[in-house]
Design a protein. Structure first.
Length: 318
């Protein structure tokens, strides 16, 4: 095992000291085990499924990896049952989710808690999918363990999620009312939150769409008619996204393979300039500028059902 894993102090909190003891001596009596798992903090409409990654060998009584986990490598080394007993951090969990197969076993939502009863002793990864009324988040994988003896409380964990948001600024302000005149140039900055997608997402999607109303156009600073190069994306390499721009807006779409292989979430900013045109010649003209993000929020979502937006408003007085 590599030194960084040996030195690891942070544990997921789901594998407690009682499990470490159980690794050495499995409880003799089955009635000592609490055969349930639960995850708290869910929202009505969410769904969840669990996948077993560590099980007890019925013959030897020792803990062993499930079949899906036997080919998993972390830091170039094969995953072992002892690694899970020792505790897996978020980076290792991210790699483990890549090996999950099938659709898992559904859990029941009771209020804000997902529950599953009569599960075998072992460790499980729970994948949560947000409902339509909770589409602005991506849930991170959660690890829970069926109790190994009556004193182990590792069978309950809390949801972990990323709020996938976007912020739109005009210049250095997010104020809705900024007085402008025809011919003015307005610098815009978009800050979208790009989540760390679980590895079992098939083809994750992340797209930023910016829409300008009449009276605003993307400025063609070099006059070549190509507006794609007027959109600057920082925080991610040029090869990992595509830009399609027109006078009234643009899209920035991230490469699915890039999203799937992320190990840390990038900090992304998108900037460009817009010019106030002669279409804004009413006595009081309201112009809107809306940034919308669409993203996958479940393993099989390849269209981007998750969404969020932010808007700026600008006014001319002539």
């Amino acid at each position: 095992m590599s030194m960084n894993r040996l030195a690891k102090k942070f544990m997921t909190g789901v594998l407690t000291a009682s499990m470490v003891g159980a690794f050495m001596a499995v409880p003799t009596f089955a009635d000592e085990l609490d055969t349930s798992i639960s995850v708290t903090g869910a929202v009505s409409g969410d769904s969840a499924a669990y996948y077993q990654i560590l099980k007890r060998n019925e013959t030897s009584g020792e803990w062993e990896l499930t079949d899906d986990m036997k080919d998993v490598t972390i830091d170039g080394e094969s995953l072992k049952a002892a690694d899970i007993v020792e505790g897996i951090d978020d980076g290792e969990l991210h790699a483990i989710t890549a090996a999950l197969s099938g659709s898992g076993t559904s859990m029941i939502l009771d209020g804000t808690t997902f529950k599953a009863d009569n599960v075998a002793a072992g460790t499980y990864v729970v994948i949560i999918t947000p409902g339509s009324n909770n589409s602005g988040v991506v849930y991170n994988p959660v690890v829970v363990s069926a109790d190994y003896d009556s004193t182990n409380n590792s069978n309950t964990s809390a949801v972990k999620k990323t709020d996938v948001t976007v912020e739109k600024k005009a210049g250095d302000t997010t104020d809705d009312k900024k007085d402008v005149n025809v011919g003015d140039i307005i610098p815009f900055e978009i800050t979208p939150v790009v989540p760390l997608f679980p590895k079992n997402y098939t083809n994750p999607v992340y797209k930023v769409t910016d829409t300008l109303s009449a009276g605003l156009e993307i400025k063609d600073s070099d006059g070549d008619g190509n507006l794609d190069d007027e959109i600057t994306v920082a925080g991610v390499g040029d090869e990992y996204y595509t830009v399609n721009a027109a006078k009234d807006g643009f899209t920035v779409e991230f490469n699915s393979t890039y999203l799937k292989n992320l190990t840390t979430a990038p900090t992304v900013t998108i900037t460009y300039n817009a010019v106030v045109t002669s279409d804004a010649t009413y006595s009081v003209n309201r112009m809107t500028n809306t940034a919308t993000i669409n993203f996958s929020n479940s393993p099989d979502d390849e269209t981007g059902n998750g969404t969020n937006e932010d808007k700026t408003n600008h006014y001319t007085f002539t």
